[in-house]
Ligand binder design. Structure first.
Ligand code: GRF
Length: 194
C-alpha cells in the first residue's frame, strides 16, 4: 500500500444527497486527497451513507441542539481543528457559516454553487436564470468569505439553457457538470494555482 504522506487531508460538510461528495470520493486519488471526515448537520442523509460506504469517518452534528449559530459553528470548529485539514469543502451544506467559522479556517473553505456567480446568489438559481431569459446557467466553485456566495471564484462551468428546459432539467444538467468541476477546482486550489 502506498504511504498517505503526500495526500492532503480534507473535511467535507454536507446536508443532503451528497452527489458532489461522491464525485470527490471517486476522484480522491487523482486529486491527491484523503477525506478524513464528513460532517452533516442533517441526520440520515444519503451523503453520510455514501461516506460510510467508502470507509470515511462521519459525524452528525445537529444544529437544532445549539442555542445559536455561533455555538453550533464552535462545535464544528472544535471537531475540524482536531484534523487540521488543508481544506474545508462545502458540498451541499445548507447552513450559513458565522464569521467565527470563516475566520477559523480563513482561505481554506470552498463551496460549489449552482449558478454562474456573481449571478444568482442564494437559492432557486435555475428557475431565476430561466425567468431572467439567460442563455447560460452553470456552476461556480469559490472561496467562502463573509458574504453569501461571494468569495473569489476558482472555476466555473457554463451550461446552455435550452428553450425546453425547466428548473428541474436544468438542475440535472448543471449537477452533472458540478461533478466534473468540483474535483478539478480542488486540485487547482491544492496546486496553488489560484
Ligand atoms: C448542488 O447543486 C450544489 O451546487 C449546491 O447544493 C447541491 C448539492 O447537491 N450547493 P449534492 O448534495 O452534492 O448532490
Amino acid at each position: 500500500m502506498m504511504a498517505n504522506k503526500s495526500l492532503f487531508n480534507i473535511v467535507v460538510l454536507v446536508s443532503g444527497s451528497g452527489s458532489n461528495l461522491q464525485s470527490i470520493i471517486d476522484n480522491a486519488g487523482d486529486i491527491g486527497i484523503k477525506i478524513q471526515l464528513v460532517i452533516s448537520n442533517k441526520s440520515g442523509v444519503f451523503a453520510l451513507k455514501r461516506a460510510q460506504k467508502s470507509g470515511i469517518e462521519t459525524e452528525f452534528i445537529d444544529h437544532n441542539n445549539f442555542q445559536s449559530r455561533e455555538d453550533f459553528d464552535q462545535e464544528l470548529i472544535n471537531r475540524i481543528n482536531k484534523i487540521n485539514p488543508k481544506l474545508v469543502v462545502l458540498a451541499g451544506f445548507m447552513r450559513i457559516l458565522s464569521t467565527d467559522f470563516i475566520t477559523a479556517f480563513k482561505g481554506k473553505i470552498i463551496n460549489i454553487h449552482p449558478s454562474l456567480l456573481p449571478k444568482f446568489k442564494g437559492l432557486n438559481t435555475h428557475q431565476r436564470a430561466i425567468d431572467s431569459g439567460e442563455k447560460f446557467a452553470g456552476a461556480s466553485v469559490h472561496f467562502v468569505d463573509n458574504k453569501l456566495d461571494s468569495g473569489t471564484i476558482i472555476l466555473q462551468q457554463k451550461v446552455a439553457i435550452e428553450k425546453t428546459d425547466s428548473a428541474k432539467t436544468l438542475a440535472a444538467k448543471v449537477l452533472k457538470q458540478e461533478h466534473i468541476l468540483y474535483p478539478k477546482a480542488i486540485k487547482k486550489v491544492l496546486a496553488n494555482e489560484i
